[in-house]
Design a protein around this ligand. Structure first.
Ligand code: SF4
Ligand code: SF4
Length: 135
C-alpha cells in the first residue's frame, strides 16, 4: 500500500535517523516529496511510504513514539480555475509546491498530485476559490 503523509518533528529530533529506521527496520520504501525546516516550527516532511499494511502501521507507530506528528493526506482540494485572477496570494502559503506562478504566462498552476490538503490556500485566496473534499 502506498500512502502520503505529512511528518512534523521538533528541531531537536531532526538529527534522528528516522528515514533510515523506516527503510531498514520496517521494510518501507520512502520517497521524500518535499522538505521544509522552520526555526519556529521545526521540520516538516511530505513523504510517500510504500509497504505492506502491517509494516506501514508499525512504522507509523514508531514515528509517533518518537514524537513525530503524522498526518495522512486523504483529503482532496478542488480549485475553481476559471475564476482565478492570478494574484499569487496563495502561492507563498503552499508548502507542498502544488501552487506555482511565473514566467512566461504568470498564470497560476495547480498540481493536484502535490497537494497535501493542508488548507492554507483556503485562507489566503481573497476569492475563496479552493474547496476541500474528503475521501
Ligand atoms: S491545500 Fe492548498 S496550500 Fe495546501 S498543499 Fe494543497 S494547494 Fe497547497
Ligand atoms: S489567491 Fe486565489 S485568485 Fe489569487 S492566484 Fe491564488 S487562487 Fe487565484
Amino acid at each position: 500500500m502506498k500512502k502520503r503523509f505529512v511528518l512534523n518533528f521538533a528541531l531537536d529530533a531532526a538529527d534522528e535517523p528516522i528515514t533510515y529506521v523506516l527503510i531498514k527496520e520496517y521494510d518501507l520504501k520512502l520517497n521524500i516529496l518535499k522538505a521544509a525546516i522552520s526555526p519556529e516550527k521545526g521540520g516538516e516532511l511530505l513523504v510517500e511510504l510504500d509497504g505492506d499494511d502491517k509494516n506501514l502501521s508499525e512504522g507509523l507507530d514508531y514515528l509517533r513514539g518518537r514524537g513525530v506528528g503524522v498526518d495522512a493526506v486523504d483529503k482532496k482540494m478542488l480549485f475553481r480555475r476559471e475564476e482565478c485572477i492570478h494574484c499569487g496570494a496563495c502561492v507563498a502559503t503552499c508548502f507542498a509546491g502544488a501552487l506555482t506562478i511565473g514566467a512566461p504566462d504568470w498564470e497560476l498552476k495547480f498540481d493536484a498530485e502535490k497537494c497535501v490538503a493542508c488548507e492554507m490556500c483556503l485562507k489566503s485566496c481573497p476569492l475563496k476559490l479552493f474547496d476541500l473534499r474528503f475521501g
